[in-house]
Ligand binder design. Structure first.
Ligand SMILES: N[C@@H](CCOP(=O)(O)O)C(=O)O
Length: 436
């Protein structure tokens, strides 16, 4: 399969190149040249198929021509060493819990898959690979953990100083080994700008093998489609759909997660409607309403992983629907919530149902509550474990007792080690130039 750039100013590449380069040479995002539809019979029996089997079928659609079947199967099965269950929260509202992986956030699926696929492609490669990753909270830890201790790969995590939760920060600043945390005096968008500029810098690219592990990278982004298929299967299996239309609500920041859902729909997954639930970083929300897209600097919110002012994957959404505002705004409905509304939702859902949402999941839940009509069933993506946001969540539910899962407590033990850096690209470049 060939991958072309959304900017269409550079030749298409094969999967290996798309994964190893991350970003296209013309600053566009790679898109697969085809999206294969499943035969409708696949969905008739999907409830009888396991998560790993479903994921393997989806993976074959994208990667089957470029990765040997047995290896692809091993990569998929090894990636999904944990479950992504669907649980009932309220009448017709379900949570797709994506926080049962090693770093307790949805990024574990894509990051683990990418780490394994990169390893498959680089087996013969002698050169050290430098993975540059910008994070507003969750990607950094998932990528750091996915690549921890992997020979020949060094991960550099850029995160905005003071703008991620304490636990999120400890998850990528305490690991040491082949993981370096760069504390950037700016926003997530500044971090993303620095890494994208590095990918396009000729001098750096002559010297170093640089790649991205953000959802820019197709190997990080496409596997996120796995859990949409599995959610449908498990809901069907447990009689949660009852012939109702399925509405999926996605807390959205860089829009990789929602875009993966759109790809799943293009492959035939029966989804009636997607909801994009934003915090106050609402550039896509505005686009959906008006057709005007004006990226701008992000603002800080309590749903910090979604503090993105220039979402990378918007380019893929435009491409998927031929840049038609009409099509995009019919498939995706936008919702936007203030910090106050997010707190209110965490509290109300907890008091009314006993379910504790994290601030991002709360946006997803609220969008469903506002949108769902008769004959529809909704599922929201619970993108991270609420304990990753104890500072916020405990204050809201008035209960200083959100138990810290042992996996998270482990990260809090070690010493935090960071390299402070400004948003000046030259400083970042000097740092990269001294690497081997
Ligand atoms: N929400 C992210 C921001 C980066 O998104 P990605 O999906 O492109 O890696 C985070 O938590 O870091």
């Amino acid at each position: 399969m060939k991958y072309y750039s959304t900017n269409k100013n550079t030749p298409s590449v094969n999967l290996k190149n798309a994964v190893v380069k991350g970003l296209a040479a013309d600053n566009g995002l790679f898109m697969p040249e085809r999206i294969e539809k499943f035969n409708p019979s696949f969905f008739e029996n999907i409830q009888n198929i396991s998560f790993q089997e479903i994921a393997f079928e989806v993976a074959k659609n994208f990667f089957g021509e470029d990765v040997e079947e047995a290896s692809l199967k091993e990569i998929v099965y090894d990636t999904l060493a944990f479950d992504c269950p669907v649980v009932k929260v309220a009448d017709n509202i379900y949570s797709l819990e994506l926080f049962h992986g090693p770093t307790l956030a949805f990024k574990d699926v894509g990051a683990r898959f990418m780490a394994r696929l990169l390893n498959y492609f680089l087996v013969e490669n002698e050169k050290q690979v430098h993975v540059l990753v910008a994070t507003s909270g969750d990607t950094g830890s998932a990528v750091a953990n996915g690549f921890l201790g992997v020979d020949g790969i060094h991960v550099h995590v850029l995160y905005p100083k003071g703008k991620v939760s304490k636990i999120q920060e400890s998850q990528f600043t305490t690991l040491g080994q082949n993981i370096t945390a760069l504390e950037i005096d700016g926003t997530f968008d500044d971090c993303q700008r620095l890494v994208k500029t590095a990918f396009l810098d000729e001098e750096l690219n002559k010297k170093l093998l640089l790649t991205s592990a953000n959802s820019i990278n197709v190997a990080r982004f496409l596997p996120q489609a796995f859990y949409y298929f599995n959610a449908y299967a498990r809901m069907k299996e447990q009689g949660m759909l009852q012939n109702n239309e399925l509405v999926i609500s996605v807390p959205s920041g860089n829009f990789g997660n929602l875009t993966a859902g759109l790809f799943a729909r293009e492959m035939g997954l029966p989804v009636a409607q997607f909801l994009a639930a934003n915090n106050e970083n609402d550039v896509v929300y505005e686009y959906l309403k008006s057709g005007e897209y004006n990226p701008r600097d992000s603002v800080e919110t309590i749903a910090n992983a979604m503090d993105v002012g220039a979402p990378s994957n918007f380019a893929r959404i435009l491409e998927l629907y031929g840049h038609s505002h009409e099509k995009i705004s019919s498939v995706i409905k936008g919702f936007r919530y203030s910090d106050e509304q997010i707190r209110e939702t965490v509290k109300n859902v907890y008091e009314q149902t006993g379910y504790l949402c994290d601030p991002h999941g709360a946006c997803g839940y609220r969008a469903l509550e506002e949108f769902l009509g008769v004959g529809q069933t909704g599922v929201f993506l619970e993108t991270a474990h609420p304990a990753k946001f104890t500072e916020t969540v405990e204050g809201v539910i008035g209960n200083g007792n959100v138990p810290l899962p042992p996996k998270l407590a482990e990260f809090m033990k070690d010493e935090r080690r960071v390299l402070p850096m400004s948003i000046d690209f030259q400083q970042f470049k000097e740092y990269l130039k001294q690497l081997k």
